[in-house]
Design a protein around this ligand. Structure first.
Ligand code: SAM
Length: 349
């Protein structure tokens, strides 16, 4: 199997697209911090319950964990036909009679009964990017009993201003291992566009502003009457001077209420921070300047996968006129090579 690079590197955000393969699944299932939290939450919730897993992949990790914990029945709904076929083989090998693998998109099928517990590891590198809001909203309406527990319980996505050029230099490159995934994404959505790129090997020291919350998604019983939020007016105060050329987005994932959230910027997890470069390139920023942006989040044409738009200005602390800033992170379509990062990474053949 191919391997991902070490250190600081860029890669496409793949989880939103039907490009899963052995390498992607092995990176995900090798995330032991994540696995411990999911195993513990499932062991507590599954005994005696009817469980729905959305997106079990070929290995059925959480479906098998629920069965082993004493679930009465587990429905494992997987949209990718080949992953579902392998999941059927995995279930047969493990001899778990209470497991039923169902092939299809969770929003497009009906199950024989409602579940008490839902496990859905469809968490994106921007938390909602794999469609959690739409898919779990639909599951709560059609697949789950009222007050069902959803695992994970919540995911917040934060953003802050950064300098990509400061970390990557003037000529960022994409390792050749990732080329086929970018091609696969373009095939899946019908053509090239400025795809979402993640940045591995960086930490909170990269941030050049205070953070703001882009998305605050809460699921099932853990929502406790609180609706959560997406988008809004974000205020990022510059803490370190120099040019800024992008927003960085990262997640805080709460698997079960009371858990310490997994942090994709500070912790070593399979989720990576996402680069959202400014369309106009770098903007000079000094300490105390404020980047004010309105963030808009809306589902793409498929009604499931959200897209993220940011428009605002960087206002200098000394009262000089503000500089307009615009950035976006789409699921499909839209501009091609509109940012310096995308021009460098999506070179024409
Ligand atoms: C990130 S992988 C997780 C695999 C495994 N559950 C784990 O945690 O290791 C997400 C899986 O969910 C599937 N998936 C994503 N959205 C889905 C949906 N709406 N309905 C059914 N399957 C979905 C994907 O095809 C993929 O196999």
């Amino acid at each position: 199997m191919r391997a991902v690079p070490d250190g600081v590197y860029l890669c496409p955000s793949v989880g939103e697209y039907p490009v899963y393969d052995e390498l992607i699944y092995s990176v995900i299932s090798g995330d032991e911090q994540r696995n411990r939290l999911f195993r513990r939450a499932i062991a507590a919730a599954a005994p005696g319950a009817t469980v729905l897993e959305i997106g079990p992949g070929p290995d059925l990790l959480w479906t098998l964990a629920a069965a082993e914990a004493g679930a009465a029945r587990v429905y494992a709904v997987e949209v990718l036909a080949e992953s579902a076929r392998l999941a059927v083989e995995t279930a047969a090998r493990r001899g778990t009679a209470c497991v039923e693998v169902v092939t299809g998109e969770a929003t497009a099928l009906t199950l024989p009964e409602r579940a008490d517990v839902c496990v859905a590891e469809i968490v994106g590198c921007i938390g909602g990017a794999e469609g959690m809001a739409a898919v779990l909203g639909d599951a709560e309406r059609r697949h789950l009993v009222e007050g069902a527990q959803v695992i994970p319980a919540a995911v917040r996505t934060l953003v802050a201003a950064v300098s990509l050029a400061g970390v990557l230099g003037p000529e960022p490159v994409l390792a050749s291992v990732f080329g086929p995934y970018v091609e696969g994404i373009f095939r899946a959505v019908g053509g090239p566009f400025d795809v979402r790129f993640c940045l591995a090997g960086v930490g909170p020291e990269m941030l050049r502003s205070s953070p703001a919350v882009l998305e605050d998604l809460r699921f099932g019983a853990a929502r406790g009457g609180q609706p959560g939020s997406r988008g809004g007016d974000l205020r990022l105060e510059i803490t370190r001077g120099g040019p800024v050329d992008a927003l960085l987005a990262w997640i805080e994932l709460t698997v079960a209420p009371g858990d310490r959230p997994l942090d994709s910027l500070a912790d070593d997890t399979n989720w990576l921070p996402v680069c959202i470069p400014f369309a106009g390139g770098p903007v000079a920023a000094g300490p105390g300047d404020v980047l004010s942006v309105r963030a808009t989040v809306s589902e793409a044409a498929d009604g499931i996968h959200p897209e993220y738009f940011f428009r605002g200005e960087l206002a200098p602390a000394d009262g000089r006129p503000g500089v307009p800033v615009h950035a976006e992170s789409r699921f499909a379509g839209g501009p091609l090579r509109a940012t310096p990062l995308h021009r460098a990474l999506l070179r024409q053949p």
